[in-house]
Structures are given as C-alpha cells and as structure tokens.
Design a protein around this ligand. Sequence first.
Ligand code: NDP
Length: 341
Amino acid sequence: NKQVILKDYVSGFPKESDMYLNASGTIKLKVPEGSNAVLVKNLYLSCDPYMRGRMKQPIPGNETYIEPFKPGSPIVGFGVAKVLDSGHPDFKKGDLIWGMTGWEEYSLITATQTLFKIHHTDVPLSYYTGLLGMPGMTAYAGFYEICSPKKGEHVFISAASGAVGQLVGQFAKLLGCYVVGSAGSKEKVDLLKNKFGFNEAFNYKEEPDLHAALKRYFPEGIDIYFENVGGKMLDAVILNMRAHGRIAVCGMISQYNLEHPEGVHNLMTVVWKRVRIEGFMVTEYYHLYPKFLELVLPCIKEGKIKYVEDVAEGLESAPAALIGLFTGRNVGKQVVVVALE
Ligand code: NDP
C-alpha cells in the first residue's frame, strides 16, 4: 500500500521534502470482523489549502477547528474512492464515495460520517474532489448563504480561477451580477474572461497599487467581496466597498505560511460604510448538498457551468501538487489521480 507520509510538522512555506513516499506500507484488504469501517481503493485525491493548517505543530490552548496531521502517518484529505469491503450498513462493495480518505492506494476509513455516496456517475468522477465536492459546496454556501446576493450587484472574487473561485464567479454571473476576478497569471486571467465568463479579470501580481486597480474595475464600488486570499488584497478591497456591502471570508491563503499573519489596516472604513464581514465553514452546510446537486448537475450538462481542473498523475506527484497551491502553480482545481477504477 503506497502512501504519502508527512515527515514532521511544517513551519513557513511547505516543501516537497516535508513529505515522502512509502512504497512498502501494508494493509489487510478486508474490514476487521465486527468493525463498521469501510475499506476503499482511492481513485482521486484532492489538494486543498486548509491542509496546510493541519501540517502545523499544535500549540496547546490555541487549537483550531481541525486536528493536525500525525507526523509519520499518511496525509489525510478529501478524495474519491471505490468501496472494496464494508462493515457499515450504508455502504457496500462497489459503491463509489467521496469524503475523507488517506493519501495512499487503499484506506480503511473509520470516520464514515465524512463519506458521501456518489449517485451520479455520468460526470467525471474527479469532479467530486472539486466542483461536486467540498470546494463546490464552499462556493455554493459562501455565495448564496453568506453574501446575500442580488441581481445586478457588483462582485469581486480573489483567487478567482481556483476550485472555489471559478464556481463563485459563475454563480454570480448566472444571477446577473457584474463579476470581476483576480488571479496570479495571464493564463488564469484569460480563463476567467474567456472560459468562465467573468466581465473582467486582472493579474494582481502586475498591479503595483491594488486600490487603484479595484477603483478601475469598480468605479462605483464593490457590493460583494468573496475573500480567498486576505492580506493586502483585503485592505484594498475594504477601501473600495460600497455602503452595506458584504464580505464573505472563505479563506486567506496569503497568510497560511506566515509565522506572523499581517494585520488589516482599513477596518475603520467598515464602520462608516456599514460593511458586513462574515466568516463561514463549509462543514456547517453539508445538509444543503442535495439542493446544491439539483442546481449544479443540470448546469454542467447544459454547459452553463464550466470547470477546469489540474490533474497530477500518481501518488508520487501529490506532494508537489499540494505545495503548488501556495505558489499558484495549479491552474484550476488541483487533483491527483491515483487509479482510474
Ligand atoms: P485554489 O484552487 O484557488 O488554489 C489556491 C490558489 O491561491 C493558488 O492557485 C493561487 O492562485 C492562490 N494563492 C496562493 N498563494 C497566494 C498568495 N500569497 N496571495 C494570493 N493568492 C495566492 O484553492 P481553493 O479554491 O481550494 O481555495 C480557495 C480559498 O478557499 C482558500 O483560502 C481556502 O482556504 C478557502 N476554503 C475555505 C473553506 C471554508 O469552509 N471556509 C473550504 C474550502 C476552501 P493565483 O495564481 O491566482 O495566486
């Protein structure tokens, strides 16, 4: 059972060498008698920014929402897998599932409450790591439940070409909003404008003054900001918000590798512009998953929602794929294919 192991806790930017491949792991291909675990063969693994938080050494008294990974053990993350054996009444041999699994060829999953059965297989299975999985649900819950969006509003999204951002932008376009995204390369900016149908997009790395760039695209201000990056971008956005605007704080990837996260300087503006800033966690919204599928599946089939993923081949490529999220190497949702069936 080939596995990707976390060597030790990580500080600063993660490196490929923080993980290694163990080619001689073993696993019994049978669920132990009396256990309600599920034994799966992993097909696709998801690389997600939150995983960086799980690589940090825990600080007693300062625990976050999720347990750290265990050095010496396989990385854990979302994936798509096939059930080989099951002691759980809800899953049977041959079922396809998505949820929390290990970065290895086969996993014995005991935390079965994190597993969803896949019922629609007429779309690529890898989509359940992104568009039809956790990031898709994040875009859906963040946009519809947190942003209180209205037709015609002006929406800005950072890290807009990524797993979450590309979908938020398309939801906003479907609602009839004016949508602008920022991303870190010309290729990504072209995708935003030409594939995902954003009204405008810009490369934030080429803008010496983010405040001025936002003024250019939003002369009358921003109604909704979908925050994925934090730092200087958040400060510039606050200055460009319209009265009664909303900021959905989904994530702040620019801060994840910093020992001392940057401060926000323009918060006073939030007072007089009466801006609502609200964080959210996708984990509180999984009850909406059936409603989400009802909306998104037909949109995929009718071509109303486009999706771009960046697929790395094999467990060997998983460490580089994961750390690539923090340099913007991924173009679209970062997936690792372990096996096709
Ligand atoms: P992406 O697919 O967007 O990949 C990460 C992207 O972030 C990179 O490609 C890069 O794009 C950008 N990035 C990396 N470093 C920086 C930086 N220093 N400054 C600005 N941009 C940077 O990831 P996801 O769509 O999966 O995640 C997007 C956000 O959503 C993250 O903040 C994540 O933590 C958050 N999230 C929150 C959830 C919740 O429940 N609240 C659930 C899921 C995700 P570029 O080339 O454009 O810079």
